[in-house]
Design a protein around this ligand. Structure first.
Ligand SMILES: Cc1ncc(COP(=O)(O)O)c(C=O)c1O
Length: 400
């Protein structure tokens, strides 16, 4: 074992006992290169982050330019920094008029935290409703929203006042009451294995919230920035959320997230008391410049237009294999479900050996995750699918 590998295991905090251990040399486009020279096709995009591929030249240029101009100058919200203002103007021109401002943060879970705080302050209520099998982040507030009791037990006491409803089940609407501050919900449950909300369900949920004075928070941290075939997934539904959470692909590979809402809701954290939420590095000018370049690239290079076609080709190719039960997808946010869960570990392992990176979901052990960079070409898709089909054959052979 090289010293870098052993030091990684002994001195860098781990999240599980068997990390992938890919020693990264560099990354470009859809490829990550190992320090042993091996090339991997990244079909995860670092969990739906590198939608423009790795080290997109426009994003890299924006980072270089901004970092020579200025980096951190003051904690968030005090200085006027042009990248923040320009990004806000562009983003807000692309979403419903109801969205009037953005609060910049560093990670998705922080966006969840802020949205929960805003909803409590704005409504004067404290109950929060989340959907079972949702994932909104790993800090204690966001963790409180998880439904999986086995997972949460070790961290109790968590936030009081959290209630759960079944995703896509209108019968649970009765749990939303005049005590509820907000409902937080994904449009497509990513970690549950890509489960899309029904159109009627989300419309009904939105109506329930309006009727009862409850804020609807839509978490598009994973589904945003073109991944599902529109800039944001909720734009394919007939709803206007009160608060929108964004992150992951937003920064083109740099850490940044945001809470988007009306000015009225946003104001709730700047008065009585002021400084309702503060962050030193939120909206870091280098990250926002990267985000601006990423968003401009998505729009100018019409990246979203080909998403559905690419996704349909992948789904169609992979479902033909006998050990694949179905491919669920919302654009290029995809879950490939096997006929038996025992196949999964062999597929993930064989794909890795053959140079294709795929991944697991948090709450679905029958499916693996595909979230390729949106810039992947049809040629690259064909190459990646051929390797996946070989991995399926290998998994099937293990039980013959
Ligand atoms: C839907 C959703 N919300 C929130 C988060 C948390 O984001 P972060 O890991 O940036 O804190 C994630 C991360 O996977 C996510 O998929």
């Amino acid at each position: 074992m090289s010293s870098l590998r052993s030091l990684f295991l002994s001195q860098v905090g781990q999240t599980n006992e068997r990390p992938i251990m890919l020693e990264v040399s560099h990354a470009e486009g859809i490829y990550i290169y190992g320090s042993d020279g091996k090339r991997y096709i990244d079909l995860n995009s670092g969990i739906a982050v590198s939608s423009l591929g790795h080290c997109h030249p426009r994003v890299v240029r924006a980072i270089r330019d901004q970092s020579t101009r200025y980096m951190h100058t003051m904690v968030y919200g005090e200085h006027i920094q042009a990248p923040q203002v320009e990004y806000a103007r562009l983003l807000l021109s692309l979403v419903d008029r109801h969205f009037e401002s953005i609060y910049y943060l560093m990670s998705g879970t922080e966006a969840t935290e802020l949205a929960m705080k805003m909803a409590k302050k704005y409504t004067g209520r404290y109950e929060i409703i989340a959907c079972r099998n949702a994932y909104h982040g790993s800090t204690q507030g966001a963790e409180s929203l998880r439904s999986d009791e086995d997972y949460k037990a070790a961290y109790r006491p968590l936030l009081p006042g959290i209630r759960h409803i079944d995703f896509n089940n209108e019968e649970d609407f009765g749990r939303i009451t005049k005590r509820t501050a907000c409902v937080i919900c994904e449009v497509i449950q990513g970690e549950a294995g890509v489960i899309s909300a029904g159109k009627q369900y989300l419309r009904g949920l939105s109506d329930q919230c309006r009727e009862k004075g409850v804020l609807l928070i839509i978490d598009e941290i994973q589904s945003g920035f073109g991944r599902t075939g529109s800039l944001f997934a909720h734009q394919q539904y007939d709803i206007i959320p009160d608060i929108l959470l964004i992150g992951k692909a937003m920064g083109g590979g740099m850490p940044i997230a945001g809470v988007v809402s009306s000015n009225e809701i946003m104001k709730s954290i700047s008065i009585q008391p002021a400084l309702g939420h503060i962050t030193t590095f939120g909206g870091h000018p280098v990250s926002v410049s990267a985000a601006l370049a990423a968003l401009q690239t998505i729009l100018e290079e019409k990246i979203i237009e080909s998403v559905e076609h690419k996704a349909a080709f992948i789904a169609d190719t992979l479902t033909r294999h006998p050990i694949i039960k179905e491919v669920r997808h919302a654009g290029l946010l995809m879950a490939v479900e096997t006929t038996k869960k025992k196949y999964l570990k062999h597929i993930v392992h064989a794909s890795y050996e053959k140079g294709v990176l795929i991944d697991w979901f948090l709450f679905n052990n029958r499916s693996f995750r595909l979230a390729p960079p949106l810039i992947i070409t049809m040629e690259e898709i064909k190459e990646a699918c051929a390797i996946l089909l070989e991995a399926f054959d290998y998994a099937e052979q293990q039980y013959k």
